[in-house]
Write a protein that binds this ligand. Structure first.
Ligand code: GUN
Length: 292
């Protein structure tokens, strides 16, 4: 039976560390980091995330600014809000919750955020930095996943890693981070031939495809470390719903050496990493070193 990697406990420790550092920058520099989160529309999952982000930002001692806009909001009005936040000295991080309604061009919106205030790491310049292994803002989900992997395994050098999924938000940056840690990296996707065989060769499996329980236990090499990024809501027989990952937890946890559960694995780490990125940007914008 695999070790269950407890993302809830890990993220609680990380958030406590961040809160400690926030207190230091407040005391020593009179700086209170501020995060603005913009939500357009009423997607239920996004509303849940935005609420958690606001709550945890405040709990870490930072200022949280929530902007909830009507689903009909025009791209011009959204860009005007971002412009205002770009120029607000109390705002150090700006996150526009994705997905945006169809009539809005996500790329234009993301790239309109002042790069010094980007906390998602989705801008082209951040993507470039991550891909050459340079310092910069790292997207929250891959960052949290890497923290758990390194905590579990220590050095990742020389290990075979597979990332299932090639999204810009998770799959591609995750592959870049694993490569920077000297893993031998495979990026698999919907056209990959013999996906089970590719997975079976891997010491590290990162599943980020958004398909409920797609990765089966018999795809996992015995003793491998499995990071399940998926959060899928599926119907139960009794008509209710439950959350499952992209990995079939029951079978995979019989074979893996360690595995993240859903919920309670990668999910809580993502928000903790958002707070980490906000603190980084607040310090950088104000010429303050991030406390040790
Ligand atoms: N929607 C789902 N995950 C994310 C994320 O990490 N950042 C943003 N901006 N939107 C998301």
């Amino acid at each position: 039976m695999a070790t269950i990697i407890d993302g809830k406990a890990f993220s609680a420790n990380l958030r406590a560390e961040i809160a400690r550092k926030v207190e230091i920058v407040k005391q020593n520099h009179g700086l209170t980091p501020g995060l603005a989160v913009v939500l357009v529309g009423e997607d239920p999952a996004s509303q849940v995330y935005v609420r958690s982000k606001g709550k945890q930002t405040a709990e870490a001692g930072m200022n949280s600014y929530e902007h909830k806009l009507d689903v009909e909001t025009s791209q011009a009005d959204l860009l005007a809000l971002i412009d205002q936040l770009n120029n607000d000295p109390d705002v150090h991080g700006i996150l526009v919750q994705l997905p945006l309604p169809k009539h809005i061009d996500e790329e234009s919106v993301i790239n309109s955020i002042r790069v010094e205030k980007d906390v998602d790491g989705f801008q082209l310049s951040d993507v470039g930095r991550v891909s050459i292994g340079a310092e910069g803002i790292v997207p929250c989900t891959p960052l949290g996943s890497m923290m758990m992997l390194k905590d579990q395994l220590g050095s990742l050098s020389g290990k075979r890693a597979i990332v299932v999924g090639r999204s810009n938000i998770v799959g591609k940056p995750m592959a870049a981070l694993l490569l920077a840690e000297s893993c031998t990296v495979t990026i698999a996707h919907s056209r990959t031939e013999d996906l089970p065989g590719e997975c079976r060769r891997a010491d590290i499996v990162v599943a980020a495809v958004g398909r409920p329980e797609m990765v089966k236990g018999d795809w996992i090499k015995p003793g491998a470390t499995v990071i399940d990024v998926g959060i899928n809501r599926i119907e139960k027989e009794d008509g209710g719903t439950r959350l499952v990952g992209d990995v079939e937890f029951k079978s995979a946890s019989q074979v893996a050496g360690a595995i993240t559960p859903v919920p309670g694995g990668v999910g809580p780490m993502t928000i903790a990493c958002l707070l980490h990125n906000t603190l980084q940007q607040a310090c950088r914008l104000n010429g303050v070193d991030v406390p040790e």
